[in-house]
Design a protein around this ligand. Structure first.
Ligand SMILES: [Zn+2]
Ligand SMILES: [Zn+2]
Length: 374
């Protein structure tokens, strides 16, 4: 049976009900335990009271889609699951949970960031991919969308945790480097300048690490999980091995800490990278005009995922094509897009956990006559 969603049989509404139910349940958990499940730096940026109304809307829609799924469906399993999850969110207090005084835990799970980002990004990218797709055949959810959703969730949940875990050794290592003068200059810059320079510095680091992931055999093993995507779209772009995430984040974050960027600029960069990385994978023909020469857009990053070996190892940057220009790896041929994506030469198992373990024991390109991309 195809894993693709079947339209008109209550499957889409069933999954929508479950997703909205889970989002609501997550929201209720955030209201009950903000010290462990929310991110202090993001909390000051979003209006909590407005989120209550958004939560109420999610609860109503979750029940509504469950009802629709019951009415349309040949099987009521999805709708029933949606109702149960949503009912649990209501029983636990729904949108009316009072927030008591609390003391922020040093380590927390960024559930608030995951919920807000999934709602915002789906609201932006689902309609864009539906109405302005680059590849029409790919407008429905691709076969491994549930696996990619797990990737999306895990990388978001770990945002605060990785930032804090990396910050401590970074501060320790750079304590005696005499960077105080540099730090006071950087932290004195206006906020927007700090954000722009942070993006440039992080992209230079990300570029170097990304090239190393393509060049060094053991790193390629884990990074090839990302290149196993054959249907590149906004949600598939999250398919990054945990080791890939941890190494890339560490080595991009450390210079930002060492150079003294403010935490506000740092977390703004974190929000921008997560949105731009998602946008760069979106399956959309949305025109970007001359902006496509300044910022990494879908056409630009899709060439990084091409299946054609002639164009491997191009476009490593995730923010600024300028970085690839500097190092001779820039490729953007007019209005042309690649024909196909993925690694013809490798076969990955399906599912998050299998893909997590696989590269530790098996070289994905081992049995291939012409292993490439290195
Ligand atoms: Zn790559
Ligand atoms: Zn990618």
């Amino acid at each position: 049976m195809s894993e693709r969603l079947r339209i008109g049989e209550g499957q889409v509404s069933g999954y929508l009900s479950i997703s909205l139910g889970l989002i609501s349940l997550g929201g209720v958990i955030c209201f009950h335990f903000p010290e462990y499940f929310t991110t202090a730096e993001f909390r000051s940026l979003y209006p909590t009271e407005m989120l209550r109304w958004l939560l109420l809307l999610c609860l109503i829609l979750a029940f509504g889609f469950a009802l629709l799924s019951f009415l349309l469906g040949t099987s009521s399993k999805l709708a029933f699951t949606g109702v149960m999850i949503t009912a649990l969110a209501v029983v636990l207090g729904g949108h009316t949970v009072e927030i008591d005084e609390f003391e922020q835990s040093l380590y927390s799970i960024s559930l608030d960031w995951l919920l807000i980002d999934i709602v915002v990004l789906s609201a932006i990218f689902v309609p864009i991919e539906l109405f302005l797709p680059k590849r029409e055949s790919q407008t429905k959810f691709h076969e491994e969308w549930r696996t990619d959703l797990v990737y999306f969730a895990i990388s978001h949940l770990l945002v605060q945790l990785t930032a804090v875990i990396i910050k401590t050794p970074a501060e320790f290592i750079f304590r005696d480097w005499g960077l105080n003068d540099v730090q006071s200059v950087v932290s004195g810059w206006p906020f927007l300048i700090q954000v722009f320079v942070a993006i440039l510095v992080a992209d230079l680091c990300q570029y170097t690490i990304h090239r190393a992931f393509h060049r060094l055999p053991y790193l390629w093993r884990v990074h090839s999980v990302h290149h196993s995507i054959w249907a590149v779209d906004w949600i598939a772009g999250s398919r990054l091995h945990l080791v890939d995430i941890l190494i890339t984040r560490s080595l991009s974050y450390i210079p930002l800490y060492a150079l003294g960027f403010s935490m506000a600029a740092f977390y703004t960069y974190v929000a921008i990278v997560s949105i731009q990385a998602v946008a760069a994978h979106a399956n959309t023909r949305l025109p970007f005009g001359y902006l496509k020469y300044l910022l990494v857009t879908p056409q630009y990053h899709h060439w990084h995922h091409t299946e054609d070996p002639k164009f491997y190892d191009r476009n490593f940057a995730i923010h600024l094509p300028l970085v690839d220009k500097l190092f001779g790896t820039y490729y953007l041929p007019g209005d042309q897009w690649p024909d196909s994506f993925g690694l013809a030469t490798t076969q990955f198992p399906k599912g998050y956990l299998r893909q997590l373990v696989y590269p530790f024991f098996t070289d994905p390109t081992m049995d291939v006559a012409e292993p490439s991309r290195r």
